[in-house]
Design a protein around this ligand. Structure first.
Ligand code: ADP
Length: 462
């Protein structure tokens, strides 16, 4: 296709250029012949009015020389009066113009096309009695006459054919140079579509031009991302099924125990049924989180922003952890400024705050201290939750958000986690367009933060 387009374009350009040039040339030479005759005519008639015979003859010769036209004086009978044979050396002048007489007398005082290659002008000189003395007959040949025109057309066709052969080869080579890397890339992209993520698209760019280099880099990037997503999906399925299996095994084991052993012992039976209830709850929250995440990601659960009091919302979330303060000795340091407002989806932001504080509770150190801050600074409402736990290794800092799921249960958690908490946090905050992140030092603890855009309190309507 590319080659055909190149070819057609070249043919069009060659013919358009050549033919328009020839036509223009012919048109211009016609105009020139016309204007030469016009100028010669004016000069001659002017001198006829004012001068002597010799001066008049001089003006005929001068006009013929200056404008390159043929000037003749023809008698009434058609005989050539001027120039006489011998005056114009080398010219084989016809002495008899009787054949042209009708044309001369029929077009008096006008410049006309005598035939396809000649323009002419005729004028009648009269004596005082009105009798014809002779005729002035000026002619000029069109510079590019018919035969020159035809031979130029032949030349053009010849040159164009040679150029076409050359250009066919050149355009063929050029289109191959352009299209080959594209065809190769297409082939490779097809392979990638079948799940092969080990293709190196960059090989194409070695011989390619900048667009191909860019395209192969983009494809490499896309391949990288796809392979990451593919890997994550596999991990997710492995981890989810693993985490489904544990509570299911527990439920089955305890149900069998009730059936076979503890059915008649109310105390044991109550303990065992409680395990079944707890494990079912865990399964339910795992399923809920998975559903939440896929809904938010797919955009089904759209973000519905309202203006609300972030300070109050944060305090309510922290209050949900009160039971840990009372029963397990956790300490919450609160440094929350009053009446800071934000425009966002309130229930989703509550979920984000809950997940982050829940993680801080799960991962904080032995002093069981969690510090929650919310303050206005530089036009931003800065939220942070800090723990004193083991922190996060620098190489893991990026992946904790991306990882769909993390099943390694290293310690007993006071808050039930499904391993999807941070993925949900990231998805929700990304949808809002809020900046967020984590600062962490191994063995010293982590601080998760969000920068909410500030809102003018005067505009609020919570
Ligand atoms: P979960 O906490 O249920 O495993 P999350 O998605 O909430 O799942 O967190 C992903 C991972 O990020 C956790 O498994 C943990 O390794 C790390 N992480 C999250 N919050 C903290 C924290 N406050 N301190 C240390 N590590 C954390």
């Amino acid at each position: 296709m590319l080659w055909l387009s190149f070819f057609a374009f070249t043919v069009l350009v060659i013919f358009a250029c050549e033919f328009s040039q020839i036509l223009l040339l012919r048109q211009m030479s016609k105009k020139e012949a016309y204007s030469n005759i016009d100028k010669a005519r004016k000069d001659i008639l002017q001198s006829y009015d004012k001068s002597s015979l010799s001066e008049f003859i001089g003006s005929l010769i001068h006009a013929a020389d200056s404008y390159g036209v043929n000037v003749r004086l023809i008698g009434k009978d058609g005989a050539l009066l001027f120039p006489t044979a011998g005056m114009e050396e080398g010219e084989n002048l016809s002495a008899d113009y009787s054949g042209e007489l009708t044309q001369i007398t029929g077009n008096l005082n006008s410049i006309y096309q005598a035939n396809s290659d000649t323009f002419a002008y005729s004028y009648e000189f009269k004596d005082e009695n009105g009798n014809t003395i002779c005729y002035l007959y000026i002619t000029d040949n069109v510079y590019m006459d018919k035969s020159a025109f035809v031979s130029m057309i032949f030349q053009t066709v010849y040159i164009s054919s040679v150029m076409l052969i050359v250009l066919t080869v050149v355009s063929g080579a050029l289109s191959m140079y352009i299209s080959r890397p594209i065809t190769d890339l297409t082939e490779k992209a097809k392979k990638m579509g079948y799940g092969n993520f080990s293709i190196n698209f960059k090989e194409e760019s070695a011989s390619g031009y900048s667009e191909i280099v860019e395209l192969s880099e983009t494809l490499n990037y896309a391949e990288n991302e796809l392979s990451k997503a593919d890997q994550m999906q596999k991990e997710l399925i492995a981890n989810v099924s693993h985490d489904f299996k544990t509570p299911l095994t527990m439920i089955k084991a305890y149900a069998s125990m009730i059936q076979e052993i503890s059915g008649d012992n109310p105390e044991k039976r109550a303990k065992h049924t409680q395990v079944i209830i707890d494990e079912s709850d865990r399964l339910a929250s795992l399923v809920n989180d998975l559903l939440d995440l896929s809904k938010i990601r797919a955009g089904i659960d759209a973000v519905k922003p309202v203006l609300f009091n972030l300070s109050d919302c944060l305090r309510t979330v922290v209050d949900r952890f009160d039971y840990l303060r009372e029963t397990a000795g956790y300490r919450f340091n609160l440094d929350v400024a009053d009446d800071l407002y934000v425009e966002a989806d309130k229930s989703k932001i509550s979920q984000v705050l809950y997940n982050l504080i829940g993680n801080a509770v799960n991962y904080t150190g032995d002093d069981k201290t969690i510090t929650v801050r919310l303050y206005n600074e530089n036009g931003l409402q800065h939220f942070s939750v800090q723990d004193t736990g083991k922190g996060i290794a620098p190489e893991e800092l990026d992946s904790i958000w991306e990882r769909y799921y993390r099943s390694t249960e290293t310690h007993k958690r006071p808050v039930k986690g499904t391993g999807l908490g941070l993925s949900i946090v990231k998805t929700i905050l990304d949808k809002h367009g809020f900046a967020f992140g984590v600062r962490s030092e191994v063995d010293k603890g982590s601080t998760f933060y969000i920068d909410f855009p500030a809102h003018n309190v005067a505009e609020l309507s919570d």
